[in-house]
Design a protein around this ligand. Structure first.
Ligand code: ADP
Length: 270
């Protein structure tokens, strides 16, 4: 813990009669300060790397006569690095925004199935190596949630499932009830996660540093965003994983039953 100690002399007239000692626990302020400066240094480092290659390759193209194949090669790199910059900036902004507006969730009763389907439709067209399957084992697929935030959760988990299974494979999404909870499993047949990394996965900027995934880009923020959003929905995110076999990420929501009654409640309260 970090304690700040103030010592003040006490006077009666001109005579010092004693001292007052005040202890203030500033651990939290200290940690927030530390996190902020770490954040700033990581952000500047992460942004500088792709920017440097965009600049480097543009300079090359401006200053030299290049064959069309070379030009195409450099342009492809510039394009990829610019795309990486965009996704880095989006992740950083999401984390910052999330911290600034913790309360700004617009929760409504939503069926989670169409939300999942929308994400699958967008992601399936980007891959021919993965087959994404959705199964629901329950009729109670309503949640009380912010549609955009939940879409972001599913999007982050599904894009991780694809990104970390570079050789392809099936990705299974299963929706089911377990006690008072509605769960969604997102299962891949990819690289898996080492046991000693599991506890750290939800920490800002943490990325597993195995040789098999060094080439895969990312910020180490996707799962932090998932965890924050799930907590704001009175839910959670958990996972099981086996190295080289695959991973299953599970998100859980409080179960909403008696949909008609809930919808009435909403109509009345609106
Ligand atoms: P990023 O993908 O940007 O690194 P995330 O917060 O989404 O950040 O994930 C943190 C780390 O967890 C990743 O670096 C990756 O090594 C590991 N990881 C996440 N999802 C999976 C998955 N489905 N399979 C294997 N590893 C994963």
């Amino acid at each position: 813990r970090v304690i700040k100690v103030y010592v003040k002399p006490l006077y009666r007239g001109d005579i010092k009669t004693g001292i007052v000692i005040v202890h203030r626990d500033i651990t939290w302020e200290y940690e927030v300060d530390k996190m902020k400066s770490e954040f700033v240094s990581t952000v500047s480092h992460e942004l500088r790397t792709p920017l440097a290659s965009v600049l480097g390759f543009t300079e090359l193209m401006l200053n030299r006569e290049l064959k069309p194949e070379r030009q195409k090669k450099y342009l492809t790199t510039i394009y990829q690095e610019a795309k990486r910059l965009t996704s880095l900036i989006n992740d950083f902004l999401d984390v910052q925004r999330m911290e600034a507006e913790k309360q700004a969730y617009d929760k409504k009763y939503e069926d989670i199935i169409p939300l999942i389907r929308n994400v699958i439709d967008i992601q399936q067209v980007q891959t021919s190596k993965h087959q994404i399957n959705l199964i629901s084992n329950t009729e109670n697929t309503m949640i009380l949630g912010d549609k955009h935030k939940i879409t972001q959760v599913i999007n982050n988990l599904l894009s991780n499932a694809m990104k970390y299974s570079p050789d392809g494979g099936d990705i299974g999404i299963t929706v089911y009830e377990e006690g008072p909870v509605l769960k969604v499993d997102i299962r891949d047949e990819g690289l898996g996660i080492p046991a000693d990394a599991i506890d750290k996965l939800f920490t800002k900027f943490y990325r597993v540093d195995n040789s098999d995934r060094r080439q895969i880009g990312g910020t180490g923020l996707g799962l932090v965003i998932v965890k924050e959003i799930m907590q704001a929905h009175d839910g959670e995110v958990t996972l099981t994983s086996e190295l080289k076999k695959g991973s299953t990420f599970t998100i859980s929501f409080p179960l909403v039953i008696g949909l008609a009654a809930k919808q009435n409640e909403r109509l009345i309260s609106e």
